[in-house]
Design a protein around this ligand. Structure first.
Ligand SMILES: *Cc1c(COP(=O)(O)O)cnc(C)c1O
Length: 338
């Protein structure tokens, strides 16, 4: 007991690989088994064998569908009847709305009044009810908690939830099954749902594989948290990687990450844009800035990769087309690619 407390001072019931395997069974019919793509150019650049796990080609355009669907599929009949609530202006909102529709339950999504219209439309298009709030005067968590209480809704957070973490881990489980043994794996890091789920799959299926999270340089709270041994909070970072603009890791995600992850690296916005160009030009893939974190670090973080089998998770591809064109075009930051 004391030893357990020492190892895991919060005494949280952390999710395990068994939860990831169960999530994979729940997701089998509804999630895509996304392809693992190769690029001779990437291999040449990094002097390694690189395996890109293409979650930009997942349903609704990001891995977040996995965690959302797994969490909602575990609802009791009463929870299903009342429905789910989430607050997000990004991929989690769309993931919850789509998963709820597939499972036949109502979804309420709390979004800022000034959220991009395309995101509001996409969420409504998946059948979600959008409730707007003023991000300057209203507290979205308080609003969501009030709506949840009034309407009996179950709140599903974007990353700090065992079922969400287990669902996100199914992407790496697939990757190991598709690509075979890997020496090193690079994963985008926001609140840590994807990285902690990946860690559960890695420790079970590829214990020799070194796992790294990659976050935007402007918001390296994950790196700071590992150094300090506690969750460090930062102001909302200013970065193109809008899927990783989180202010802190979660309680569950931090415990798994600090136990299983080799380190946290960072990438600059310019490196992300160069990677976006690489994926567009060489691989014909649309990858959103956050989805480029892993490859940007592979190219620039100085890890010794020579001769290794390296996995890179491309976490999503949802980027407004006008913004995408601007970023990868002549006027975007930096030049060239990789
Ligand atoms: C949410 C998101 C991330 C970060 O995931 P976390 O689980 O919060 O660490 C990375 N990439 C994309 C595309 C995302 O939508």
């Amino acid at each position: 007991m004391l030893w357990a407390l020492f190892r895991n001072p919060t005494m949280l019931q952390l999710p395990t690989y068994e939860d990831v395997a169960a999530a994979a069974r729940r997701l089998q019919v509804q999630a895509h088994e996304t392809p693992v793509l190769r690029s001779a150019t990437a291999d040449r650049l990094l002097k390694a064998e690189v395996f890109f796990k293409c979650e930009n080609l997942q349903r609704m355009g990001a891995f977040k569908f996995r965690g959302a669907y797994n969490a909602l599929a575990k609802f009791s009949p009463a929870q299903r009847k009342a429905g789910v609530i989430a607050f997000s202006s990004g991929n989690h909102a769309q993931a919850i709305a789509l998963a709820a529709r597939l499972l036949g339950m109502p979804a309420t999504i709390v979004m800022p009044l000034d959220a991009p219209q395309a995101k509001v439309d996409a969420t409504r298009g998946y059948g979600g009810e959008v409730v707007s709030y003023d991000r300057y005067t209203e507290d979205r968590e308080a609003l969501a908690a009030r709506l949840a209480a009034e309407r009996g809704l179950t709140l599903i957070p974007p990353y700090d939830h065992p079922d969400v973490i287990a669902g996100q881990g199914t992407a790496a489980k697939e990757l190991f099954e598709q690509a075979g043994a890997l020496d090193l794996l690079l994963v985008p890091l926001g609140g840590g749902g994807l990285l902690s789920g990946t860690a559960l799959a890695t420790r079970a299926l590829a214990p020799g594989c070194k796992l790294y999270g990659v976050e935007p340089e402007a918001g390296n709270d994950g790196q700071q948290s590992l150094r300090k041994g506690e969750i460090v909070h930062i102001a909302t970072p200013n970065t193109l990687a809008d899927g990783a603009q989180t202010q802190h890791l979660g309680r569950y995600t931090f415990e798994v990450i600090r136990r299983d992850v080799a380190g946290v690296l960072t990438a600059t916005d310019e490196q992300l844009v160069q990677a976006m160009r690489f994926f567009a030009e060489r691989m014909k893939l649309v990858v959103e800035p956050t989805g480029c974190l892993g490859f940007a670090a592979a190219c620039h973080a100085g890890l010794p990769l020579q001769g290794l089998r390296v996995g890179v998770i491309l976490s999503g591809g949802n980027v407004d087309l006008a913004r995408y064109a601007h970023l990868i075009g002549e006027s975007g930051p930096g030049r060239g690619w990789a």
